[in-house]
Design a protein around this ligand. Structure first.
Ligand code: KG4
Ligand code: ZN
Length: 364
């Protein structure tokens, strides 16, 4: 019987200060604690995440979030096997805070340190709660990224497509702001859309009929603005219909580009499992659209539970365990020397194209 491996995971790449403790014993993994402290209140007045404010909030709160995660797990530092922390990509001030805290704990307690790529953590998060074998096709949709990636194994990624302008979460957040809804925009639009008609307004279908797996989301946001501005004194029903129509158009675009990736993969006899992960994967309308698509083509659709879709410490700890098990975690010296990264693409496309919008800047 393999011994218990306890890993502390630390996340601070955007506006969530998060820490979690998970325990792995053989194929059995349990999340003992998963603490997330969001910062919406700090950024609300500015209509978006302000990097300097985010970094300061992480500094103020990181110690207590880690202490709470350890206390809820009932764990002591001498029981921890390794500390995993997001080392990029993300807002650099925040990444520095989390990775430095992890380095300090690693040195003080003599523990292994695993610098984690935040995108890899999203990519592997589904395996924390479900037995999903490699390879699979990943649709990664978050505040900073919108990508289609073929995941062959831990550390083995091939990017098939990415956004040429906004990321999906960014489109949700900007559109929610435009409609006068709060932040984070995704859940607000999803809630507003509940009583809305998704076909009342016609939104553009970006890249329709075009080959490839890249995405384009900024036109949809502009169309929402133009449509909303043309309505004199919009009622609550108008807002609900706008939210529902926007959400449906965005879901249709994600599904259409994912279809192209599935076709390419089928032609190469690749995987027939689609994993959708990242904060936007918490959206039920998007999951329903992808379910339609995968069912029609005989694919399996899997997604992490919503709490592991949005940024969290458990997925960082899990990525650390995956790297340890795959034998590709760095040595203690390499990990301590690892510099935080604002930009850290998970995989470059074969032809070296490098697009990349997103609220965290051009990272991928
Ligand atoms: O993965 P995440 O927590 O952070 C990044 O790595 O970016 O994703 C945050 C994004 C935000 O843009 C938020 O609006 C979006 O995920 N989001 C959603 C939902 N929940 C969070 N978007 C659509 N529907 C949701 N239910
Ligand atoms: Zn994320």
């Amino acid at each position: 019987m393999a011994a218990d491996l306890l890993v502390l995971g630390i996340e601070s790449s955007c506006d969530d200060t998060a820490a979690a403790v998970i325990v792995a014993r053989g194929s059995d993994t349990r999340v003992l604690s998963n603490v997330t402290l969001a910062q919406f209140d700090r950024h609300a007045a500015y209509g978006g995440v302000v990097p300097e404010i985010a970094a300061r909030a992480h500094v103020e709160r990181m110690d207590s979030v880690i202490a709470q995660a350890m206390a809820e797990a009932g764990a002591a530092f001498d029981e921890i096997g390794a500390v995993a922390a997001t080392a990029g990509p993300g807002l650099i001030g925040g990444v520095i805070v989390g990775l430095t805290a992890a380095k300090a704990l690693s040195i003080a307690h003599g523990k292994r340190l695993i610098p984690v790529n935040h995108l890899e953590a999203h990519a592997l998060s589904v395996r924390l709660t479900e037995a999903v074998e490699f390879p699979y096709l990943l649709l990664l949709i978050s505040g900073g990224h919108t990508q289609l990636i073929e995941v062959a194994g831990v550390g083995r990624y091939r990017r098939l497509g990415t956004t040429i302008d906004d990321a999906a979460g960014e489109a949700f957040d900007k559109s929610a702001k435009l409609l006068g809804l709060g932040q984070p925009g995704g859940p607000m639009i999803e809630r507003a859309a509940t009583g809305g008609q998704p076909y009342r307004y016609d939104f553009p279908k970006p890249l329709a009929g075009r080959e490839g797996c890249d995405f384009s989301l900024s036109g949809m946001k502009t169309a929402l603005r133009t449509t909303a501005e043309a309505i004199v004194n919009p009622t609550g029903q108008d807002i609900a219909d706008l939210a529902a129509s926007f959400q449906a158009a965005l879901a249709a675009h994600l599904a259409s580009r994912t279809t192209n990736a599935m076709t390419a993969i089928e032609a190469a006899s690749g995987p027939s499992t689609l994993v959708v992960a990242g904060g936007v994967a918490a959206n039920c309308a998007i999951k329903a659209k992808l379910k339609e698509l995968t069912t029609a083509r005989g694919w399996r659709l899997v997604h992490p539970p919503a709490k592991y879709c949005t940024d969290n410490g458990a997925m960082i700890a899990w990525a650390g365990i995956e790297r340890l098990r795959a034998g590709i975690a760095p040595s203690v010296d390499e990990a301590l020397a690892f510099a935080p990264r604002a930009r850290w693409p998970l995989a470059e496309p074969p032809d070296g194209r490098a697009h990349g919008g997103g609220k965290k800047g051009p990272k991928a």
